[in-house]
Design a protein around this ligand. Structure first.
Ligand SMILES: NC(=O)c1ccc[n+]([C@@H]2O[C@H](COP(=O)([O-])OP(=O)(O)OC[C@H]3O[C@@H](n4cnc5c(N)ncnc54)[C@H](OP(=O)(O)O)[C@@H]3O)[C@@H](O)[C@H]2O)c1
Length: 255
């Protein structure tokens, strides 16, 4: 089986879904040559699990990247560019995100803005700053079809951000989280339409309800299973799935 991509960057990879993505990518028989595992504080206590993982895999490179801090994103671009030695970046996974359980009674502007900063502005700025490296990968690819071996932006979204489904609002209102994921979905659609002709595919993925700090122990699915599904979906991306919203099993979701 061919490698999913030569180079991959994952945001928020020190725990949860991001950490498991890096773990499974590095352990795969055809591991990417470069796995840029980014997080806010790679040298601090929150980066411990990622540091331990990277010590076992020379393909993993830890990079500091706070998705709401533009200078940090720009420094990360420079580090990645120098590691790639003239090649482009094939796969960007905008995974970093924050949750919020605010209800109509408890919600305030601060919590709304914090969710938008991390879940909408962050992935957009990261995509914008890494665009030259993605374009380089898209141009340099031997194949003309859209795929992860060429250039892809994946935005990790959530089914609860689907306006079409508008699931369980009374049980889990989560105004900031839902609204921010819906806005992130529009960013995904716009990027997909704008970047398609440049050879860059953009799509949104719902990882399922997963046992992580955000998903809590109540979640029905392990992070290992979710990530197995996500990686299978990423491996199947093509022209037809550009600009789509899929779940970890590849099922199409309404925006
Ligand atoms: N778990 C679920 O059931 C579920 C369901 C649907 C969608 N999702 C989505 O899946 C993604 C990953 O979620 P998860 O369950 O793995 O959550 P998690 O366990 O809470 O992990 C969130 C990750 O995002 C990072 N992060 C937050 N703000 C950041 C910032 N400004 N810059 C860089 N990294 C930042 C965190 O880093 P720190 O350690 O530094 O805080 C952490 O690594 C999110 O986008 C989430 O919305 C999750």
């Amino acid at each position: 089986m061919a490698a999913l991509a030569r180079s991959v960057l994952v945001t928020g990879s020190n725990r949860g879904i991001g950490l498991e993505l890096v773990r499974q990518l590095a352990a795969s028989p055809q591991a990417p040559q470069h796995i840029f595992a980014t997080c806010r504080d790679p040298d601090g206590p929150r980066g411990k699990a990622l540091r331990e993982l990277s010590a076992q895999h020379p393909s993993i490179r830890l990079v500091q990247l706070d998705t709401v801090d533009l200078p940090s994103i720009r420094r990360a671009v420079q580090v990645v560019e120098s590691c790639l030695e003239g090649q482009g970046l094939n796969l960007l996974v905008n995974n970093a995100g924050i949750g919020s359980h605010a209800t109509l009674q408890s919600v305030d502007s601060q919590e709304m803005l914090a969710a938008f900063a991390t879940n909408v502005v962050g992935p957009l700025q990261v995509a914008k700053e890494f665009l030259p490296l993605l374009e380089k990968a898209a141009k340099g690819a031997q194949k003309t079809r859209l795929s992860c071996s060429r250039a892809v932006i994946v935005n990790v979204s959530s089914k609860v951000g689907s306006i079409g489904l508008c699931l369980g609002v009374l049980e889990a209102p989560m105004y900031p989280y839902r609204a921010s994921k819906a806005a992130q979905n529009m960013v995904t659609r716009c990027l997909a339409a704008e970047l398609r002709d440049k050879g860059i595919l953009c799509m949104a993925i719902h990882p399922g309800w997963v046992k992580t700090d955000m998903g809590t122990e109540q979640a029905p699915m392990t992070v290992e299973r979710s990530v197995q599904g996500i990686l299978a979906v990423l491996g199947s991306l093509s022209q037809e799935t550009s600009g789509t919203f899929l779940d970890w099993e590849g099922n199409s979701l309404p925006w």
